[in-house]
Design a binder for this molecule. Sequence first.
Ligand code: MG
Length: 254
Amino acid sequence: MIELRTPAQIEEMRPAGRFVAEVLTALSAAADVGVNLLELDALAHQMIKDRGAKSCYIDYHPSFGASPFGKVLCTSVNDAVLHGLPHDYALVDGDLLSLDFAVSVDGWVADSAVSLVVGTPREEDLKLIEVATKALEAGIAAAVPGNRLGDISWAIGEVAHHAGLGVNLQFGGHGVGRTMHGDPHVPNDGRAGRGLKLKSGLVIAIEPWFLHTTDEIYTDPDGWTLRSQDGSRGAHMEHTVAITADGPIVLTAR
Ligand code: MG
């Protein structure tokens, strides 16, 4: 079911968005060579406790998950791109790390992700992050009343195709509100002018993610982490965006 929020409700969603942005900024600063993924999860967990927020991940147990997630943060490294389950791993120079974080504050959810390189970057990884960032910006720009859902998907897909990247349609953006995953599904590629008509009050997570040389993924034996089929690396950028008459509001802007 598609739910629309009033301007007052969108205002109520801002603290969640600001907090998610704050945590991702702190985690990005903390992520360094030698830092363990479990330390990043612990930092996020402490910030959640200090803020009195509620993790959307820790008890999360959807049909595709092996068991409740058990952590508050997704840490996807190199060939892992989505749903990375934090484990005992110390980051090494050149690692491509994607952080995905969602919490509820005062009953409203915000969801955001960022990719970064730890230590010395590879040129191709910076390029992949740049493409994902541009795709996110293009998707956000298309998130205006009167457009259709397909316009957002098309805008994202166009950036990917221009960069010579494939697009996986299994996992994409989603409605955000009282819970983390609502309608509509927001695919990262599609046909302009098609699909749901966008209205003021629709709040969605827009989240392009791409892999260097494939669009195929498989699930790690941990039951959660999604890795590229061919071992190539991935990048993932996400914001929670409110569609309004005054244009898109990026609730998780950093
Ligand atoms: Mg997310």
